[in-house]
Design a binder for this molecule. Structure first.
Ligand code: NDP
Length: 322
């Protein structure tokens, strides 16, 4: 597993991180959650994304505590270089997270724009306070638009406060504009990187929904009717037919559809890390294999995928990153 700097900060994060949304707590057992964390850690993942709202802060934090306190088999040279664990949490409930994780600080704390309804100066002051109090090393934004991030940066510069280093943004085949069109400019201008989420569009891109909704899948879970509706919509049907074609392309590359979709996210400029979500260790191992697929994503192949998807954002100045 290789690492990248988080934006232009000095924080080195594994290019694939593990998220604990949805499946942890509601869908998988404690034992499976622990196995998933163990496999991720032993495979070189050093970035774990959690929030108090994810699984009520229960499974994720138990497992994180376990992995952090127990350590792992860091026996290869690559792992040895990767000796720093990065934990991200959402700002709401930071003190609770720290005490549950038995940590003095987390590496990065995120301010979710939808959670925070305050003037920008207060948000930047609050995040600066969190860092100056030693509860976090860096802060990032989650679901903010480019104007908001620029405003936060300007306020930080004006009042000698600390600016954000990255934005958590949705990014996959069908959600491209922000990460490909807008965030690269921010990266160059103010060093804000992208930590992206939902690389498989909640599982859609794996092809598992091509023939309907499997009983054990996310779309069949209580509270995810919106996902089922999305699949059945006209737009969803169009997307499913593109996914079938992308599946054939993955076969040609001798990889799975999930691996191709995740590698495709990794190739994008300014993407520091892609957050994975999994229900079991098999899915995790498969998805981690996407790193090997990255070198196969040549410019002609990306062009072929763009033609197939038909939604390449305009004005993308620089495309491939390998
Ligand atoms: P994905 O889009 O990758 O969806 C993950 C789901 O897809 C899994 O739970 C599983 O669901 C299915 N899946 C994964 N791998 C495979 C595979 N190989 N084969 C078949 N099915 C597979 O990611 P998430 O939407 O879970 O997002 C990842 C992380 O990003 C979250 O955990 C969270 O940390 C972060 N996030 C942040 C947000 C924010 O606002 N900042 C918002 C959303 C996510 P199943 O088996 O149930 O079908």
């Amino acid at each position: 597993m290789f690492c990248r700097n988080l934006g232009k900060s000095g924080l080195r994060v594994s290019c694939l991180g593990l998220g604990t949304w949805v499946t942890f707590g509601s869908q998988i057992s404690d034992e499976m959650a622990e196995s998933v964390m163990t496999v991720a850690y032993d495979s070189g993942v050093n970035l774990f994304d959690t929030a108090e709202v994810y699984a009520s802060g229960r499974y994720s934090t138990d497992c994180l505590t376990y992995r952090l306190l127990q350590g792992g088999s860091m026996d290869t040279e690559e792992h040895a270089r990767n000796d720093h664990l990065c934990v991200c949490v959402c700002v709401a409930g930071l003190r609770g997270s720290l005490s549950r994780l038995q940590l003095d600080y987390v590496d990065i704390v995120f301010a979710n724009r939808t959670d925070v309804n305050a003037p920008m100066e207060e948000i930047v002051r609050a995040m600066t306070f969190v860092i100056e109090q030693g509860m976090a090393m860096y802060w990032g934004t989650s679901r903010w638009n480019v104007v908001e991030i620029m405003e936060a940066y300007s306020i930080a510069r004006q009042f000698n406060l600390i600016p954000p280093v990255c934005e958590q943004a949705e990014y996959h085949y069908f959600q491209r504009d922000k990460v490909e069109l807008h965030l690269p400019e921010l990266y160059h201008k103010i060093g804000v990187g992208a930590m992206t989420w939902s690389p498989l569009a909640c599982g859609l891109l794996t092809g598992k929904y091509n023939e309907g909704v499997p009983e054990s899948s996310r779309a069949a879970m209580k509270g995810y009717a919106w996902l089922k509706e999305r699949l059945c919509s006209d737009e969803g049907k169009k997307q499913l037919s593109k996914i079938k074609e992308l599946h054939l392309l993955a076969d040609r590359l001798n990889c799975t559809a999930a691996q191709l979709a995740i590698a495709w996210c990794l190739r994008s400029e300014g993407v520091s890390s892609v957050l994975l979500g999994v229900s079991n260790t098999e899915q995790l191992l498969e998805n981690l294999g996407s790193v090997r697929v990255l070198s196969q994503l040549t410019p002609p192949l990306i062009a072929e995928m763009d033609a197939l998807l038909g939604n390449k954002p305009r004005n993308v100045k620089k495309e491939a990153r390998r």
